[in-house]
Write a protein that binds this ligand. Structure first.
Ligand code: GLN
Length: 349
């Protein structure tokens, strides 16, 4: 129901947009060419979403994550692409209402919760903000960098940020994490219990990371509690559309465009986006910055969310991943849209 409402909303917005363009052209006061305005037109936004979906829907490269057994069972052909503007208009194509595991796309939003509670500097001091240049589940990163400094978007840093959420007990910690992700989506996001069970039972690598962090005094709650809450955070269910709204909240300076709620102080948004640009694609972040030029975050559930600061978010989902653990179709779709609309933050618009 809620989603139908949004679809009507976006259709309505499209009519208003088309009407406005026609009116502008008729009066001859301005041109409707999107390059002359700060935002691409409604028609153009829907066009690029449709084209990105059509162009990459037959791409079969990569494979589902299988180190978390249940992720291997998600239908590989699913593919959704969404743009959500900073004022909450939604443009979509494909399987945008399919609920998948949020996995690491949760990490910047939980980092936002820690920033809101303790300030952005706490993330820098207690976790680090340096890209590791290593895979997301690297234990080596904790051994080779000074002061065990990593960043909040790799597993080590994300387990640490969960342990930093201010809570008196595990249940409160989890409630705060889940409620914060839901607030970013503007809707309640459920725990996918089957995903949680599948991931928690096989989390030996993350458990090693949590124990190493604790040993180095870079974990701020008990390791197994941190592990459970971290794994639940990764097992939250989200749709491509909801992920788009989460990104649009960052594009909108920290205020959710659907609910009007501020979720992050405006001054912390640039810091968070900087970390997403340099580390959101793990050891592929350089290549991603080079091609799309957008802060983004990927997850092994197949989701990716990219932020165009002050304008919009682009989210895409498809389960097949490349070697770095990033969705092949989703990254191609977002890259295409960024390219078509000249969205790179380095473009000097
Ligand atoms: N929950 C996953 C893990 O800990 C998240 C990894 C990811 O999405 N890149 O391995």
């Amino acid at each position: 129901m809620v989603n139908d409402g949004k679809r009507l909303h976006s259709l309505g917005a499209m009519f208003v947009g088309v009407f406005a363009m026609v009116a502008i052209n008729l009066t001859g006061c301005a041109t409707a060419d999107a390059r002359d305005t700060s935002m691409p037109s409604v028609v153009e936004l829907q066009r690029v979403v449709d084209e990105a979906h059509a162009k990459f829907k037959d791409l079969k490269d990569g494979k589902n994550a299988d180190y978390i057994p249940i992720l291997a069972t998600v239908p590989s052909e699913l593919f959704g692409v969404v743009i959500v503007t900073k004022d909450g208009r939604i443009y979509e194509a494909g399987d945008t209402d399919y609920m998948f595991a949020i996995e690491s796309t949760s990490k910047p939003f939980n980092a936002a919760l820690v920033m809101k509670e303790q300030g952005a500097q706490a993330i820098k001091d207690k976790i680090g903000v340096e890209p590791t240049g290593l895979p997301f589940n690297s234990k080596l990163a904790l051994e080779i960098y000074d002061a065990r400094s990593v960043n909040p978007l790799v597993n080590a840093g994300a387990i640490a940020q969960v342990s930093m959420v201010q809570a008196d007990n595990e249940d409160e910690r989890w409630q705060k994490v889940q409620q914060n992700l839901s607030a970013f989506a503007g809707e309640d996001l459920p725990l996918m219990d089957e995903v949680y069970q599948s991931e928690y039972k096989t989390s030996w690598s993350n458990r090693a990371i949590a124990n190493l962090l604790y040993n180095y005094e870079r974990l701020y709650a008990e390791p197994e509690e941190s592990m459970r809450v971290y794994t639940k955070m990764c097992s939250v269910g989200v749709t491509t559309k909801q992920l788009g709204v989460m990104g649009a909240t960052l594009a909108n300076g920290g205020v959710n465009p659907l609910t009007g709620k501020r979720l992050l102080p405006e001054e912390d948004v640039p810091e968070l986006l900087a970390i997403m640009l340099t580390a959101g694609f793990y050891d592929e972040s350089g290549e991603w910055s080079f091609s799309a030029g957008l802060p983004a975050k990927t997850g092994v559930g197949g989701g990716i969310v990219a932020v165009v600061p002050g304008e919009m978010a682009i989210a895409a989902f498809s389960p097949r991943l490349n070697e770095a653990g990033n969705s092949v179709r989703a990254l191609n779709a977002i890259n295409y849209i960024s390219d078509e609309l000249n969205l790179s933050i380095f473009d000097g618009r």
